[in-house]
Design a protein around this ligand. Structure first.
Ligand code: GLC
Length: 427
């Protein structure tokens, strides 16, 4: 009886050792257990391969980490919705994620982002453009690392402007004149295309008219959106479509990439867009290769031109189970070398100032040196945790003006009242 008990016990012990071994899946001797982190970001326009190759390079240099690359739709509003829902639910399904410059305040206030101030101590913040650093800072702490910068720019057909003896326009009215003349002589071309759909991109475009007329949305907690300057700005945008007819009506449903496609087929003289598009125009199969110029946007006569600051940062999900590995990934992906590669390939413009002196980069993309000033001066949208709510008030009002449902004065007055209400409730 005693012997049988011992045999049974030994048998059970052996079984449990085997089961335990099976469960832990010990890696082969000499190889460390890999940790998988998930990198979530918006879809890359054009060819996503360079991003994948950079991820592989990181994995080679960090053999203990595997990165799962997961993309979301490109539209910022849709991505915002995804993150807000998932982070509200404390999801740890992703570790590193792309954050639009306009979300950092909101996400940091909600406690959804890991504090990354130690990655960017004060003395390193100077290496970056100031705008992205301000957007990444909440209550003096850094919550995301600037990845690439965007600022609205004017693309123009260099060949056509030269043919008719024009230089890039400095004022909106000059643009109207040039676009009208060239489209009259070159039938089948659109004059000027931009982003007029009801979404975040429309707010970016409208602000460039508002700021280049010395208007604003909020000054020192005062909502000033219904000013005469802003009325004039919206009126001009509407006039581009229905009065001057240099902008086709379909812009009221257009986004960045739909306008980029039209321009890249050689169908428009001018386009407002972000700087990513240039690399795609210069591809060997592009019908407009070598024919495109990029300049600062025009402004109202006598005023300085203004560009909306856009761009993306990388942050760590507060609920991530692998924050240290996530930080290593971010340091790699925002490094000098990674930013250089991404500018050369997918057209993501560096947030690191020094890259604008990089010889290889300037040789390959001479125009980016001329954009340095535009990036330096690009203006952030209102930096507040309630920005998305404010934007969601502005979007339908601006859109109603462009589709001639409302007069600018009425639309701006409604927006003012609603923004004042948001700020009074959220204080
Ligand atoms: C670009 C910009 C981003 C902006 C968005 C609007 O992705 O980088 O900041 O919010 O466009 O469509």
């Amino acid at each position: 009886m005693h012997q049988i008990t011992i045999i049974i016990m030994l048998h059970l012990l052996l079984c449990s050792v085997l089961v335990f071994q099976g469960c832990t899946q010990e890696p082969p001797p000499g190889e460390k257990q890999k940790i998988t982190i998930v990198f979530k970001h918006g879809k890359v326009f054009g060819d996503p391969e360079p991003v994948k190759r950079l991820i592989e390079e990181f994995e080679e240099q960090n053999p203990d980490i595997r990165v799962k690359d997961e993309t979301l739709p490109a539209a910022t509003d849709e991505q915002h919705q995804f993150y807000a829902i998932n982070l509200e639910g404390k999801s740890s399904d992703f570790d590193v994620f792309g954050i639009d410059v306009i979300w950092v305040q909101e996400f940091a206030r909600a406690g959804w982002l890991r504090d990354l101030s130690h990655i960017l101590p004060q003395e390193r913040r100077e290496d970056f453009f100031q705008g992205p650093i301000e957007s990444a800072t909440y209550q003096n702490r850094i919550y995301a690392i600037p990845w690439y910068i965007d600022a609205g720019v004017l693309y123009y057909r260099k060949d056509l402007l030269e043919k008719y003896g024009f230089s890039p326009p400095k004022s909106w009215y000059e643009l109207v004149r040039i676009a009208s003349e060239i489209t009259r002589k070159e039938p089948g071309l659109y004059g000027f295309i931009w982003q007029g759909k009801q979404y975040e991109g429309l707010v970016c475009d409208v602000l460039e008219y508002i700021w280049s007329n010395d208007g604003d949305i909020i000054i020192d907690d005062r909502v000033v959106i219904d000013s005469p300057e802003n009325q004039q700005a919206l009126t001009l945008m509407r006039d581009l479509i229905y009065r001057y007819r240099v902008t086709p009506e379909f812009v009221t449903t257009a986004v960045e990439d739909s306008t980029r496609h039209i321009f890249s087929r050689g169908r428009a003289v001018f386009m407002r867009n972000w700087p990513y598009a240039w690399n795609l125009f210069e591809r060997d199969d592009s019908p407009i290769k070598g024919k495109v110029g990029v300049s600062a946007l025009p402004g109202f006569p006598g005023h300085r031109s203004a560009s909306t600051l856009g761009g993306w940062q990388l942050g760590v999900n507060k609920y991530s189970k692998h924050p240290k590995e996530a930080e290593r990934f971010i340091s790699f992906f925002t490094s000098y070398e990674a930013q250089k590669t991404l500018s050369l390939t997918v057209g993501y413009r560096p947030t690191l100032r020094k890259l604008y002196d990089d010889e290889d980069l300037i040789r390959a993309q001479p125009f980016i040196a001329s954009l340095y000033e535009v990036f330096e001066r690009a203006r952030p949208r209102p930096v507040t945790p309630f920005y998305m709510m404010i934007s969601q008030v502005m979007q339908p009002e601006f859109s109603a003006v462009l589709s001639r449902i409302k007069e600018p004065e009425e639309a701006l007055k409604t927006a003012r009242k609603q923004i004042e209400f948001i700020l009074s409730v959220e204080d």
